[in-house]
Design a protein around this ligand. Structure first.
Ligand code: GLA
Length: 388
């Protein structure tokens, strides 16, 4: 108990000291994220084309320096890879995988079965009516066998199904679910295993808690039931992904902590797969809409175009530190923490939920420099090395 307190107090003091140092005063020989968390978990980033193509040379250099795992922002999604029946385009995905192999990184495949960013033809017959169950299952199997088969032995693990659940704990009524039925999830994992028996298989989901369901986290419980059901059919799920698109206040640390604990009881690993922290005002009207809102911007909805105020920069750093303390506490089951993006400038949160805002969700700023949040995250790892 005393040791825990001592470590905790030391950690808080060290973080406070780091937060007080201005970015320009930081040591040049700063340790990297991947080294700081070595032995605890992998630290990854989702890459866009200019990063894995290295046309954005500074971002590519930063990725090589800081991260040991990569995810693809878009290039492995169905609509990019398989836009028309029988037509596959692997050019971008091949370059993504090549970048990871060349740099000895853990390569994540994202994703195989999702209702978004999947072309309409997948769910339709040639008259534009809904396809039947057998047709859709055959398309799913062909897609999974082709894509996973191509990268067999190269892509280490796959987000097989992305976002199948609703807040009330029911299966979301996606075209996959409506046409095939609830067992589309099981089928997807069976096909993925058939395609590469050695690949790790993940279930990836956002917000296991939500403000409306906080008193009864039905979605989290549904994810547990979903994984148990897969396990009961002999599917080996390696990890559950918490996307980790978080806010400055929500979810609470207790919610994240408890969710990881409950998932770990299933005998699976846990990963934070798409971490970022939104610092801009919420736009309720567009909560969870598929398309961003295109509206005139003003200082109320887009307040930090000239830079993030220092007070908020410190809050962001503290929030990151607090979350990484939780992740580190669970290092026995935590496989990976991946950020959704590399620098603030390339984050999707500048485009969503409102298009064209200036957001600051990541650890590196628009000039590719580490932010106070970076120092805070490193500092958490430094203060708890003893039991690693
Ligand atoms: C979801 C998806 C990702 C990506 C992010 C935001 O969480 O899983 O593929 O689209 O949203 O860009």
């Amino acid at each position: 108990m005393k040791t825990t307190c001592a470590i905790h107090c030391l950690a808080s003091a060290a973080i406070a000291a780091v937060l007080a140092v201005s970015p320009s005063a930081r040591a040049k020989d700063q340790t990297t994220l991947k080294d700081a968390y070595k032995g605890a978990f992998l630290v990854g980033a989702a890459l866009n084309d200019s990063q894995f193509d290295e046309s954005d040379a500074r971002a590519a250099a930063l990725v090589k320096e800081q991260f040991n795992a990569i995810s693809p922002e878009d290039c492995l999604k169905w609509q990019q890879l398989h836009p028309k029946p029988g037509v596959y385009d692997f050019s971008r995905a091949d370059r993504y995988v090549e970048f990871g192999l060349k740099n000895g990184m853990f390569i994540v495949g994202h994703n195989l079965v999702w209702h978004n960013e999947t072309p309409k033809w997948v769910f339709e017959d040639d008259k534009g009516n809904p396809a039947d169950r057998e047709t859709l299952l055959a398309r799913m199997r062909d897609h999974i066998l082709t894509v996973v088969g191509r990268y067999k032995g190269k892509i280490n693990g796959w987000d097989v199904v992305n976002e199948a659940l609703s807040y009330d704990g029911s299966m979301t009524k996606t075209p996959w679910e409506r046409i095939i039925g609830d067992d589309y999830v099981l089928k997807a994992y069976q096909f993925a295993h058939e395609a590469d028996p050695n690949a790790q298989l993940y279930y990836n989901e956002f917000y296991y808690y939500h403000e409306f369901s906080r008193q009864s986290p039905a979605k989290r419980d549904a994810a547990i039931a979903l994984v148990r059901n897969l396990q009961s059919h002999g599917v080996h799920i390696t990890a559950i992904g918490l996307q980790g698109h978080y806010g400055l206040e929500t979810p609470t640390l207790e919610e994240v902590d408890e969710t990881i604990t409950m998932f770990a009881k299933l005998g699976v690993k846990v990963s934070v797969t798409e971490m970022d922290i939104d610092v801009l005002p919420g736009v309720k009207e567009n909560d969870f809409a598929e398309q961003p809102m295109h509206i005139p911007l003003n200082a109320t909805i887009d307040p930090y175009t000239a830079g993030l105020p220092d007070s908020l920069q410190q809050r962001l750093a503290k929030r990151y530190a607090d979350l990484f303390k939780v992740f580190l506490k669970h290092r026995d089951v935590m496989q990976r923490v991946s950020f959704w993006g590399v620098t603030d400038g390339s984050s999707w949160l500048n485009m969503y939920p409102v298009y064209g805002r200036t957001n600051y969700p990541l650890l590196f700023d628009r000039s590719y420099n580490p932010k106070p949040a970076f120092d805070a995250v490193i500092s958490v790892a430094r203060t708890a090395p003893a039991d690693r």
